[in-house]
Design a protein around this ligand. Structure first.
Ligand code: C2O
Length: 541
């Protein structure tokens, strides 16, 4: 066992990108940040020191944090922020985990620039279940904004509106040659004809699901969210924020330069947005650098079918922990809504639709972050910070019309609150996530902390237990699932990791609007079923 030991300095860095110079928040001055390399079952120790004027935390996205909930990182869920000048040491073991994940800030919108890859190799001597690639490359897809991200989130909240579109997308921090002054800000991979490459693709964007393709090359998916899949060959990917997908690409085309392209998937109709993209190069050795690269085709921004077809082929290689029997059935609606301004939002102005303010909810409850960490409140039995009455089903009965689960008036008055759902240790959970499409139908990338879950079902329209076809043989094991437009996803997991675990839409805008909730998973009886004491340097609020 190795002990990767690292120091992360949260610091601002002046950079010039897409013709503008800005101070952005980074780890160690890098955008994207440093890669954490480890091996399965390694202990990872990262000391984080905050040198910025903003509060910070780091989340290890997709790391299951077995008995180490204190190191999970979402602000006000498992820890108070690391305040300016303070430090906190994250410490966890990558129990039975290998593959590509990523880390990111989990406070305000700092994730936009504070993120980096986690690469976990199999144990020494254990091969990949696919032919060994000639080389491996990380591709982090990002969304770049000129705005100060801390201020931008506050502004969006205060105005009760949406967020402006990004100023550009990036591949490994580079937008590609699409803008004035970015002709040389292009990421490239040099390839040798006949060789096969493993690309570790991460969507670290704040608020946008992305299509990815390489001109003239097919992509063979071999891993999703750090779990091996049955190999499936596709023309392009749709990858949601929070997802990580590994693909094999064979350099089997004529010697030339090919584009790798990233463009938006915006399922919500009627939402104006800028059609932006990012370009990188897949460059064959021997090809001239002065020739134009062949363009990579991307679907149109609202191609829901392309997304559905992509998801249908995803199967896990071994579904070893899949619970076949269920004892806890949950049904959560997820959606964006518009609150009338007289509801519990007195400090917001009302510039959203119908003079209201945008909100989002799960089971009609808009999550309100507490003022101390929920985990601390739970652990120390401090009262008044949350209630344990998050409902197992939606509070209101949906009046489903024509398969569209969209039947709320626009000021749906979701209730505001910090409510949690308590699960007994070892509960065998099936959770249906149903998109309500209250204001617009959206593909919501739902992410659960502390667990991976099997995606046993997936469909459009309303979930119907009689007709829904579930895959109980080889469903993919993910940590983030894009719940389809006006549709549903069924996930299963065994609640065997005690702690407080956040579940939320991985579009930060929607998290800001309250599209989130938290589970409390109780301790079991044994020492390996009990959450340990908090670390001594845990930040205080
Ligand atoms: Cu990737 Cu709660 O986050």
């Amino acid at each position: 066992m190795r002990y990767p030991l690292m120091h992360g300095w949260v610091q601002t860095k002046r950079i010039t990108k897409i013709c503008k110079t800005r101070d952005i928040v980074t780890i160690n001055g890098k955008y994207p940040g440093p890669v954490v390399y480890a091996q399965e079952d390694d202990r990872v120790i990262v000391a984080v020191t905050n040198k910025t004027p903003y509060n910070a935390t780091i989340h290890w996205h997709g790391v299951r944090q077995r008995l180490s909930c204190w190191s999970d990182g979402p602000s006000y869920l498992t820890q108070c922020p690391i305040q300016p000048g303070q430090s906190f040491t994250y410490e966890f073991t990558l129990v039975q985990q290998k593959g590509t994940l990523f880390w990111h800030a989990h406070i305000s919108w700092l994730r936009g620039t504070v993120h980096g890859a986690i690469v976990i190799y199999p144990k020494t001597g254990v091969p990949y279940p696919f032919p060994n690639p000639y080389e491996e490359h990380i591709l982090i897809l990002g969304e770049y904004r000129f705005n100060n991200l801390v201020k931008l989130e506050k502004k969006v909240l205060a105005r009760g509106t949406g967020a402006p579109p990004a100023d550009g997308y990036t591949i490994n921090g580079r937008p590609g040659p699409l803008y004035n002054c970015s002709a040389n800000d292009v990421y490239g991979i040099d390839v040798i004809p006949g060789k096969t490459y493993l690309l570790r693709i991460i969507n670290a964007a704040l608020n946008i699901e992305l299509f990815f393709s390489i001109a003239n090359h097919k992509l063979t998916i071999v891993e999703a969210d750090a779990e091996y899949t049955k190999p499936v060959t596709v023309e392009r990917l749709m990858i949601t924020p929070g997802q990580t997908i590994n693909v094999l690409v064979e350099a089997n085309q004529p010697i030339a330069r090919y584009d790798m392209a990233v463009g938006p998937y915006v399922s919500a109709q009627n939402i104006p947005f800028a059609n932006i993209s990012a370009i990188a190069h897949f460059h064959y050795s021997g090809a001239s650098v002065t020739t134009m690269a062949l363009p990579a085709p991307l679907p149109v921004f609202n191609d829901n079918l392309a997304v559905k077809n992509g998801m249908d082929g995803l199967k896990s290689l071994n579904a070893t922990n899949l619970p076949l029997e269920i004892d806890t059935n949950l049904f959560f609606t997820i959606g964006v809504n518009v609150e009338a301004c007289h509801s519990s939002t007195p400090n917001k102005s009302c510039q959203g639709p119908n003079g209201g303010t945008f909100a989002a909810s799960m089971n009609n409850i808009t999550f309100v972050k507490p003022s101390i960490s929920l985990l601390q409140a739970y652990y120390d039995s401090l009262h008044g910070h949350y209630t344990d009455d998050f409902p197992s089903r939606p509070l209101k009965v949906y009046d489903f019309v024509n398969g569209a689960p969209n039947n709320f008036p626009n000021d749906t008055q979701s209730l505001n609150g910090t409510r949690v759902k308590v699960l007994e240790y070892g509960a065998r959970v099936q959770l249906i996530l149903q998109d309500t499409g209250t204001v617009s139908t959206d593909n919501h990338p739902m992410h659960l902390h502390g667990y991976s879950f099997y995606v046993v079902g997936y469909g459009t329209g309303n979930y119907n237990s009689r007709t829904a076809k579930l895959n109980l043989v080889d469903p993919p094991y993910m940590n983030t699932i894009g719940v389809p437009v006006g549709g549903w996803a069924a996930i299963r997991f065994i609640a065997d990791n005690p702690g407080v675990w956040f579940m939320h839409c991985h579009l930060d805008l929607h998290t800001t609007w309250g599209l989130s909730m938290a589970f409390i998973v109780k301790n079991g009886k044994g020492p390996l079923e009990t959450l340990p004491h908090p670390p001594a340097d845990l930040p205080l609020c």
